[in-house]
Design a protein around this ligand. Structure first.
Ligand SMILES: *Cc1c(COP(=O)(O)O)cnc(C)c1O
Length: 367
C-alpha cells in the first residue's frame, strides 16, 4: 500500500474557474495557461478541464508536442517563443503560435518558414512594458513587425505584454502608458492580461486574456481570498493521522524543538512532509484541517511527516483524514504562512504523491 497521502484534482472546479475568467473578461478570447504541467495539476488533466478555452498557452516545447498530438486543431501559444532553431521548426510543423521577444528568434522563425515553404502560425511580438525580463522596446517592435511584413506569405502579427504589478492597485498604469503608444500603431490582436489583470483591470483585457493561477483556484492578490473572488480549489492535498500522543507541558515537538507545549496537549502526526511538496518553512500556526475541524501545524515540517495540534479535535485518532490544502484550507493561506505564494506550492507537488481525478459525482460537494 502507498502512504495515505493523496492529491485530488477537481476538473469541475477548473472548468468553473475558467467560466469565472470568461465572465470577468466577456469580450476577450481566453488562453488557458498550463505551463509547469498545468501549475502542477497535470498537463493533460488541465487541458481536458479547459476544453472551453479558446486556446492553450505554455512554454515547454516537449509538452507542446504532447498537447498537439492530443489536440490536432486547438490553438497553442508558446509564451516565451522558440529557445533554439529546432523549436522554430517544431512550431512550423505543429502550427504553434509563437511569442517573439528577440531578434534572434525572428532569425530562427524566418529560417524555419523558408525551409518549410510556408508562413508560420501567428506570431505575438512581446513588448517589454516594464518587467525588463523579456521583450522589445517600442522601436524593436516596429523593426520586428517590418521583418514579418516582408515575408512572402502574410503572417498574423499579435502584440503581447506581461505586467510586473497587475496585483497592486494602480500597478499597471506605467505599463499601460508604454503599451498605449505601441498599440496605436498596431492592427493585429492584442494580449496583455494575466489573472490579476483579468480580475482587476478591464482596461487591459484586449482581444485575448491569459489567466493562469485563477484557473487553478489560487488568488493572484495578496490578502484577497480565492473564495471571495469566486474561485474554487483545483487541487486538494490530503493525508491521514498515522500517530497520536499526549505530551506534557514543557515538552517539544519535531526537529529543533521549535514548538513547546504550554500545557499538556494531544499531538497528531500526519503522513505529509516537504518531500511531498508541503513547504518546510510553514510555521507553527499554519492552518490544517483534521477530521473536518480547522487546527494548526506545530513544530518544524520534516521530510515525510508534520505534526498538528489535536486539542480542538478530541475525536481524532489514527486514520483520521487530514486536508493540507484544498477548498477548506486555502493554498494561499498555507503559502502565506510559509512566506511564499500558492503558485509555488501547486507547482512543487512532488512526483511521489499519488494523484487522482475527482469524478463528476464526487467533485461538487467535495472540498
Ligand atoms: C504564467 C503567465 C501568465 C499567467 O499568469 P497568472 O498570474 O498565473 O495568471 C500569463 N502570461 C504569461 C506570459 C505567463 O508567463
Amino acid at each position: 500500500m502507498p502512504r495515505p497521502i493523496q492529491a485530488t484534482i477537481h476538473p469541475a472546479a477548473l472548468a468553473g474557474n475558467l467560466a469565472r475568467a470568461r465572465a470577468a473578461a466577456p469580450g476577450a478570447s481566453v488562453w488557458a495557461v498550463l505551463k509547469a504541467d498545468g501549475y502542477g495539476h497535470g498537463l493533460l488533466r488541465a487541458a481536458a478541464a479547459f476544453a472551453a478555452a479558446d486556446g492553450l498557452a505554455l512554454l515547454e516545447f516537449d509538452r507542446a508536442a504532447m498537447l498537439r498530438e492530443r489536440y490536432p486543431t486547438r490553438r497553442i501559444l508558446m509564451l516565451e517563443g522558440p529557445f533554439d532553431p529546432a523549436d522554430a521548426r517544431q512550431a512550423m510543423r505543429e502550427r504553434l503560435d509563437l511569442a517573439v521577444h528577440s531578434a534572434i528568434q525572428l532569425d530562427w522563425i524566418e529560417a524555419a518558414a523558408r525551409e518549410a515553404g510556408k508562413a508560420p502560425a501567428p506570431v505575438w511580438l512581446k513588448l517589454d512594458s516594464g518587467m525588463h525580463r523579456l521583450g522589445f522596446d517600442a522601436a524593436g517592435i516596429e523593426a520586428a513587425r517590418a521583418r514579418l511584413e516582408a515575408f512572402a506569405d502574410p503572417v498574423t502579427v499579435g502584440l503581447m505584454s506581461h505586467f510586473a504589478n497587475a496585483d497592486r492597485p494602480g500597478g499597471i498604469e506605467p505599463a499601460l502608458d508604454r503599451i498605449h503608444a505601441v498599440r496605436q500603431a498596431h492592427s493585429g490582436p492584442c494580449s496583455f492580461a494575466n489573472s490579476a489583470a483579468v480580475l482587476a483591470s478591464p482596461v487591459a483585457h484586449g482581444d485575448w486574456v491569459r489567466p493562469g493561477i485563477m484557473l487553478y483556484g489560487g488568488s493572484p492578490f495578496d490578502g484577497r481570498s480565492a473564495a471571495s473572488l469566486g474561485l474554487r480549489a483545483g487541487m486538494t492535498l490530503a493525508s491521514e493521522l498515522i500517530a497520536v500522543r499526549r505530551i506534557d507541558a514543557g515538552e517539544s515537538v519535531g526537529y529543533g524543538s521549535t514548538f513547546t507545549a504550554p500545557v499538556s496537549m494531544r499531538i497528531g502526526t500526519v503522513a505529509c512532509g516537504y518531500a511531498d511538496g508541503y513547504p518546510r518553512h510553514a510555521s507553527t500556526g499554519t492552518p490544517v484541517m483534521v477530521g473536518g475541524i480547522r487546527t494548526r501545524l506545530v513544530g518544524r515540517v520534516s521530510m515525510d511527516m508534520l505534526c498538528v495540534d489535536l486539542e480542538p479535535v478530541p475525536h481524532a485518532g489514527i486514520g483520521t483524514p487530514v486536508e493540507l490544502w484544498g477548498d477548506r484550507v486555502p493554498i494561499d493561506e498555507v503559502a502565506g504562512a510559509a512566506g511564499t505564494i500558492g503558485y509555488e506550492l501547486m507547482c512543487a507537488l512532488a512526483p511521489r504523491v499519488p494523484v487522482r481525478v475527482a469524478g463528476p459525482a464526487d467533485d461538487p460537494g467535495e472540498g
